[in-house]
Design a protein around this ligand. Structure first.
Ligand code: HEM
Length: 500
């Protein structure tokens, strides 16, 4: 057969272009459904990917909300997306319609780190029995542990002592606090998962922290979005080899730690940690082909708990200390409350929280103001549903703009300022607020919330009990504007911790 030339080549090109346009239109057909939410016009192939900033979706959505309203649509390559904004729409979507909106979008890129039909983890699991079984297991294990011989509160308090020793070692000189905070938080999760406390200079611990930190600076959101919309591209070996490098390194190290841990497992003894509890379930599930308790899934659940629990909590504490050095009056007020309720002779306990309305208000306000997970984790509709009168068809990616709730101008007195008064009534009593949603809402609400609250309260009060924090002399005041990556962190800063 001869080479195509001239008119024939032109006809083939036109036919291919028409075919591709038809395929593209087919993937966008939802847009023409009655009552589908409005949104910017997508271009063929990439949809709206070039019109939004995937690294700062909250800001892109802030602008689009002004143009299109509280519920609007986007197109990420071939994936239809609906974004919900503001307290009323987010509550309706995640809570009232939670049965329809709690699925997760398929993420074929996760297959490179072991996700598959028998191993779906928790965060990435579709809304169904596999997710329910693992979520229930994680929630009850965290609740029951107590962890072998020690209660979780005791673990956190012991870690808080190590953390304070680390701060004291700087002798009042300026230092960056993030490293110590992340080690303390990582050790709490390590105690829950591996019943293990790492020395802060243990090489395995340093590697573990490095991989978790690498998740944060991963700048491949655009590429991942394209690959997940067009998974055929993952068949190209050099493309697949470049996906999720930090997660792969974590998995390799986790396999070593698991092998070491499991060699000491005795099924006849009470479980030492979450892994032992999981291995018991694997034994019980032998022969049950429907069970999600298997070695592959264990690796993923461990990865997810570290990834979801470490950076989020340590970055929140990092924000808390920044806001204390920038608002010394608030810091003094917290210390006064600590001195009155706890004193200097014993460690803080969770039971103290009920008597410390101001400290509770400050911790809540830190979370509201820091707004570290502005777009939450993506959801997907598992059947057709309605939000604010708009139709959202089955299979649509749903993004809940938590930032628009935490900073909702119709709800908060000073949405863009750090103002603990948001959580206090006129008599100085702590008040819960419906729009406080940093852990999201509905069936997929963060399952680590109780653990995170314990860590935030105990680490924060312990640090303020022992130290006064200040901006180092001669250094400019740091900005309060967050830096966006995997989560929103404060700009890097130094502080001085002077023993009280
Ligand atoms: C300040 C700390 C934390 C914040 C702000 C936070 C926030 C969130 C958010 C926004 C989600 C997404 C919920 C959704 O899809 O709607 C989430 C999910 C999740 N978080 Fe957290 N989180 C924190 C700490 C933790 C901790 C300490 C753990 C456990 C060690 C954890 C484990 C999880 C898990 C497993 C999920 C997935 C839940 C599911 O899909 O059912 N998180 N978190």
């Amino acid at each position: 057969m001869g080479l195509l030339t001239g008119d024939a080549l032109f006809s083939v090109a036109v036919a291919v272009a028409v075919f591709l346009l038809l395929v593209d239109l087919m993937h966008r057909r939802q847009r023409w459904a009655a009552r589908y939410p409005p949104g910017p016009v997508p271009v063929p192939g990439l949809g709206n990917l070039l019109q939004v900033d995937l690294k700062n979706m909250a800001y892109s959505c802030y602008k689009l909300r002004h143009q299109f309203g509280d519920v609007f649509s986007l197109q990420f390559a071939w994936t239809p997306v609906v974004v919900v904004n503001g307290l009323a729409a987010v509550r309706e979507a995640l809570v009232d319609q939670g049965e329809d909106t709690s699925d997760r979008p398929r993420t074929p890129t996760n297959e490179v780190i072991g996700f598959g039909p028998k191993a779906k983890g928790v965060i990435g699991a579709p809304y169904g029995p596999a997710w329910r079984e693992q979520r229930r297991f994680c929630v009850s294990t965290m609740r029951n542990f107590g962890l072998g011989k020690k209660s979780l509160e005791q673990w956190v308090n012991e870690e808080a002592t190590c953390l304070c020793d680390g701060f004291a070692s700087h002798d009042g000189r300026p230092f960056h606090p993030y490293g110590l905070l992340s080690k303390a938080v990582c050790n709490v999760i390590a105690s829950l998962i591996y019943a293990r406390h790492f020395e802060y200079d243990d090489p395995n611990f340093v590697r573990l922290l490095k991989f978790l930190e690498d998740f944060m600076v991963d700048d491949s959101a655009f590429m991942l979005q394209v690959l997940n919309s067009m998974p055929l591209l993952l068949r190209i070996p050099w493309v697949a080899a470049k996906v999720l490098p930090a997660q792969r390194s974590f998995m390799a190290l986790n396999d070593e730690l698991l092998a070491e841990h499991n060699s000491g497992w005795d099924p006849d003894q009470p479980p030492r940690d979450l892994i032992d509890a999981f291995l018991m379930e694997v034994l019980k599930a032998k022969g049950n082909s429907k069970s999600t308790f298997n070695d592959e899934n264990l690796r993923l659940v461990v990865l997810e708990l570290f990834a979801a629990g470490m950076v989020t909590t340590s970055v929140t504490l990092y924000w808390a200390l920044l806001l204390m050095i920038l608002h010394p009056d608030v810091q003094r007020h917290v210390q006064k409350e600590i001195d009155e309720v706890i004193g200097q002779d014993r460690c803080p306990e969770m039971a103290d929280q009920a008597h410390m309305p101001f400290t509770s208000a400050v911790i809540h306000e830190v979370q509201r103001f820091a707004d570290i997970a502005p777009m939450s984790a993506p959801h997907m509709t598992s059947r057709d549903t309605e939000v604010q009168g708009f139709l959202i068809p089955k299979g649509t990616m749903l993004l809940a703009n938590l930032s628009s709730v935490l900073k909702d101008e119709t709800v908060w007195e000073k949405p863009f300022h750090f103002h603990p008064g948001h959580f206090l009534d006129a008599e100085g009593r702590f008040v819960k607020r419906e729009a406080f949603m940093p852990f999201s809402a509905g069936p997929r609400i963060c399952l680590g919330e109780p653990l995170a609250r314990t860590e935030l309260f105990l680490f924060f009060t312990c640090l303020l009990q022992r130290f006064s924090f200040s901006v180092p002399e001669g250094q400019p005041r740091s900005s309060e504007r967050g830096v966006i990556s995997f989560v929103v962190s404060p700009p890097p800063y130094q502080l001085c911790a002077v023993a009280r």
